[in-house]
Structures are given as structure tokens and as C-alpha cells.
Design a binder for this molecule. Structure first.
Ligand code: PEP
Length: 250
């Protein structure tokens, strides 16, 4: 099945108002490839509204990096999916390994956050990935299978969900799995989703690779079987790095 590539940038806790100038070139590229590729930038929460304003009229999606499972309430410092939607976000990352580690988020929490994203009308970019110790122990597929079944709700569709495979040990390290390892995990994820959601639904869900994607490796990674795009951290901060990655998704 032909899937439309999805390339998303995760700015993490980086960027000030001045950084939004990077979005001009990224929005321009998103427009230039709009026939074939979806492009998103997920800036820190403080920049979501200004980013939406900056790219007004463009097809570039602006997203959050996390949302609370509830729509509102006494949760100081948290942000609801509804609030993100209200300021113009169209997608949100849930279950990033930095959230799973720094905030002890479980698969059940991520599952609830994905449902919250849908409730608000946002695309959920659900992240999974093994640690280095888990890979060294030969437990990668067990871990990914458990995270997928625990984090991806049964109502996932190609329209409401994107899944990102991000090996924890590859994030921000400059290291990546071998091509064979990426293909193995992505093929496994496709089969695991098909077993639960049906082949038609699973065949439409975009599976992104994330972890040290950069201009020099994007061409190869983005052409691997069952890799439908990338979730990009460090190399999404500068348009000069991110634009060639978008081009590599063609
Ligand atoms: C990420 O954190 O989502 C990520 C993929 O980071 P990096 O590209 O910097 O490894």
C-alpha cells in the first residue's frame, strides 16, 4: 500500500521566539512537497501558538510534544490536547522516550494520551523504542511488541495515528541501528499492528524511524521497507539540516 511520507521535527526543549525564523524555509519546503509529503514541526509548548501564527496559510503542521490525558482540571503545568488544538496544533507526540523516562510515563499513560489527542482532533504520533540494554539482551522485538500493544489504542487508524520507532540509544547519539535492524523492527511493527487492527488499517498507518536522522543518512533510511518517514530531533532545529531530510522522503 502506498503511504504518504510524514516527516516530523521534534524541537524538544530548544528554541526561542527568534528560532521561528527557521520555519519560513521549512514552511516553504512543506508547500513545495505538499503533493507527496506531510511535514510537521513540534516546537516547545511556549512556541506552538507563535509558530502557528508564523506559518499561517502554509501546509506545515505544527504540533505539541506531549499532552495530558484529561481535557481540563487541576494538573498544574500540564497541557491538554484540547488546548493544543485550540491554538492551532494539528498533531502531538505522545510517549517519547524522554517523557517515558523523565516523567515515568507507562504504556497505559501513553495510551490515554493518544486517546486524548484523538478526542481533540489531533493526530497522535506515538513513540516506541528499546533501550540499549534491551537490545543487547535480544529483547528488542518483545519490548516493541509490548509498547505497541500497551500504547496504541484499538481505534488507531491511518488518519489519527502515526507510530515512530525510536531506539532510545540512537536518540541524540549519532548512532543508528543497521538498515537490517530498522527493517526488522518496522516489519515486525506492521505485522503486530495488522494482527490487532487488521491488515487494511495497519497497512495505512505511517511508521516513522527516529534516532540520529541527519542529511547524510536520511536518503538510505527513508528508502527502507516499511519506513514511511522520520521523527527528527537535533537535525530539525535548522532548516539547512531539515530540508534535505524532507527531500529524502520523496
Ligand atoms: C527524537 O528525540 O525524537 C530524536 C529522534 O532525536 P535525534 O534526531 O536528535 O536523535
Amino acid at each position: 500500500m502506498a503511504r504518504r511520507p510524514f516527516v516530523a521535527g521534534n524541537w524538544k526543549m530548544n528554541g526561542l521566539i527568534a528560532s521561528l525564523t527557521e520555519l519560513e524555509a521549512i514552511a516553504g519546503k512543506a508547500g513545495a512537497v505538499a503533493d507527496a509529503i506531510d511535514v510537521a514541526i513540534c516546537p516547545p509548548a511556549t512556541l506552538v501558538a507563535p509558530a502557528v501564527a508564523q506559518v499561517a496559510g502554509s501546509v506545515l503542521k505544527i504540533g505539541g510534544q506531549d499532552c495530558h490525558a484529561k481535557a481540563s482540571g487541576a494538573h498544574t503545568g500540564d497541557i491538554s490536547a484540547e488546548s493544543l488544538k485550540d491554538i492551532g496544533a494539528t498533531c502531538v507526540i505522545v510517549g517519547h522516550s524522554e517523557r517515558r523516562t523523565d516523567h515515568a510515563e507507562s504504556d497505559a499513560t501513553v495510551h490515554a494520551k493518544a486517546q486524548a489527542a484523538w478526542r481533540a482532533g489531533l493526530i497522535a504520533i506515538i513513540c516506541v523504542g528499546e533501550t540499549e540494554a534491551e537490545r543487547d539482551d535480544g529483547r528488542t522485538l518483545d519490548v516493541i511488541g509490548r509498547q505497541l500493544s500497551g500504547s496504541v489504542p484499538d481505534a488507531a487508524t491511518a488518519a489519527n495515528t502515526v507510530v515512530a520507532y525510536e531506539p532510545v540509544w540512537a536518540i541524540g547519539t549519532g548512532r543508528t541501528p543497521t538498515n537490517e535492524e530498522i527493517v526488522e523492527v518496522h516489519g515486525f511493527m506492521r505485522k503486530a499492528l495488522a494482527a490487532r487492527l487488521g491488515a487494511a488499517v495497519a497497512g495505512g498507518i505511517r511508521l516513522l524511524y527516529g534516532g540520529s536522522v541527519k542529511p547524510s543518512n536520511a536518503d538510505v533510511i527513508l528508502k527502507l521497507a516499511d519506513v514511511d518517514g522520520a521523527l527528527v530531533g537535533g537535525a530539525s532545529l535548522k532548516a539547512g539540516d531539515f530540508l534535505p531530510i524532507i527531500d529524502a522522503a520523496r
